[in-house]
Design a protein around this ligand. Structure first.
Ligand code: BG6
Length: 466
């Protein structure tokens, strides 16, 4: 048997993509409430009706039904995020919103009812809008204090219910999507590298501080970082391409390196020097950064290529990171190149680099699904999804055989939800179909897809059925 006995099988979602109820029970607005088209469209001043996230899949009201379905699949773990603006509606107030706190109490209790361990992302692309507008998000050092108050509040409240925590979702994505990822209101093309990297410094300090506080307040908790992983291959064996690839990989490794090693790597110091970037460290920052994580988690959807040749540097389609397409790979309907072996590669890469337990907290195929009737029951025959997941999980198995310490696997969007990049519902990832369409129609009823039964089997056999 390749998968370890206590392997944490499950699924993942984020509050802003599924909960809906965007203004209920005292919730404040967050950055997602004004981005009706995800990263591809402009943001709005106020929430607008075409924003699918305002209702999401109504998880806020239907979580009991959904957790029951997760339990039926045999989930050991369920990854979700806490919407910061449910707890602190503006982000900078002193007192939390009790109704928001109560919701997550109820949700985590519901998980435990079925023996499902919650895995909680503290900040998943949903910065309170007031913090973005008033402080320019993480560019402002005050964010560390607001985040600290928020984490102290949720650690105190849920410390006995939540063992696994992630500080920031895909923390490195701020390089490409400063508003979505870092609540930075300044337009991307006007944001200086100086401000961007200072914002990153604030997030890294806040993340290490959360780890420190978490360890003090919850000695049994495991706190991890979360990185958008995208293995990057040189487009050719030309040494210029290889070096260019190394430099581009460094830009992302910077985040994991600080989280795991507790200090800034030399290659970044060089980059700062050569680009006139001066990171302002406050007294104590260096000490705080030494609070390193217990495990490294990451998302994995695709790989990309890199080249030094400007003529060949055509960006990939539809993903956050861009990147040069790999001529050997096929792509999903959204242009994300499918590379199961890249998952074995990246698991080995992180293990070799960090020697820390690894957790795959996102992976999956976004596809258009069709609800059909089979034996009198509505379902989706999603063999393409099963094929994608099967191939990726077989590569996880290979990595386990390679000796990599893998804690668990939570596939993305275990129930259909609103896409982060394009804010559509027709890009579906789930084992559970949600009847809601991009024009807002639909009953919001849930239906089990073919992959539901497939995954149930995988979990029940601890991966033997793959
Ligand atoms: C990751 C995010 O980037 O990818 C998720 O952490 C997101 O929030 C997922 O949903 C898949 O991306 P998309 O754009 O297909 O929803």
């Amino acid at each position: 048997m390749a998968f370890p006995e206590n392997f944490l099988w499950g699924g993942a979602v984020a509050a802003n993509q599924c909960e809906g109820a965007y203004n209920e029970d005292g919730k404040g607005l967050c950055t997602q409430d004004v981005t009706p088209h995800g990263i591809v469209g402009p943001r709005t001043e106020e929430p607008t009706e075409d924003n699918m996230k305002l209702v999401g899949i109504d998880f806020y009201h239907r979580y009991k039904e959904d957790v029951k379905l997760f339990a039926e699949m045999g989930f050991k773990v369920f990854r979700t995020s806490i919407a910061w603006s449910r707890i602190f509606p503006n982000g900078d107030e002193e007192t939390p919103n009790e109704k928001g706190l109560q919701f997550y109490d109820d949700l985590f209790d519901e998980c435990h009812k079925y023996g499902i361990e919650p895995l909680v992302t503290i900040s998943h692309y949903e910065t309170p809008l007031h913090l973005a507008k008033t402080y320019d998000g993480w560019v402002n050092r005050k964010m560390i204090g607001f985040y600290e108050r928020y984490v102290r509040t949720i650690f105190a409240r849920y410390g006995k219910k939540v063992k696994y925590w992630l500080t920031f979702n895909e923390i490195n994505s701020v390089l490409h999507e400063p508003f979505l990822s870092g609540g930075i209101y300044t337009d991307k093309d006007k944001l200086s590298q100086q401000d961007l990297y200072q914002a990153i410094h604030h997030e890294l300090v806040a993340s290490a501080l959360a780890t420190k506080i978490g360890h003090e307040m919850m000695p049994d908790a495991k706190i991890g970082c979360m990185i958008l992983s995208m293995p990057t291959y040189p487009l050719t064996p030309c040494p210029d391409d290889v070096i260019k690839t190394m430099e581009s990989v460094h830009k992302n490794d910077f985040f994991g390196d600080v989280h795991v090693r507790g200090y800034y790597p030399g290659y970044m110091k060089r980059y700062f020097r050569e680009n006139n970037i001066e990171i302002k460290f406050e007294p104590g920052d260096e000490e705080i950064l030494k609070n390193t994580v217990d495990f490294v988690s990451f998302s994995y959807y695709m790989s990309i290529c890199e080249t030094a040749d400007p003529e060949k540097r055509v960006g990939g389609k539809g993903n956050i990171m861009g990147g040069v397409p790999n001529p050997y790979l096929e792509a999903s309907e959204w242009g994300w190149q499918i590379d199961p072996k890249g998952l074995r590669y990246v698991l080995n890469y992180y293990w070799d680099r960090y020697q820390k337990p690894l957790f795959i907290v996102e992976n999956g195929l976004g596809a258009v699904d069709k609800l059909v009737e089979k034996d009198g029951v509505l379902t989706v025959e999603d063999d393409y999804r099963i094929d994608y997941l099967q191939k990726h999980l077989l590569q996880v198995e290979e990595a386990v055989k390679d000796g990599v310490d893998v804690m668990g696997y939570t596939s993305w969007g275990c129930i259909d939800l609103v896409s982060a990049s394009t804010a559509e519902l027709k890009k579906r990832y789930g084992y559970i179909y949600v009847d809601r369409n991009d024009d807002g129609t639909g009953t919001l009823n849930r239906y089990k897809k073919k992959s539901f039964y497939w995954y149930k089997d995988v979990i029940a056999t601890n991966g033997e059925s793959l």
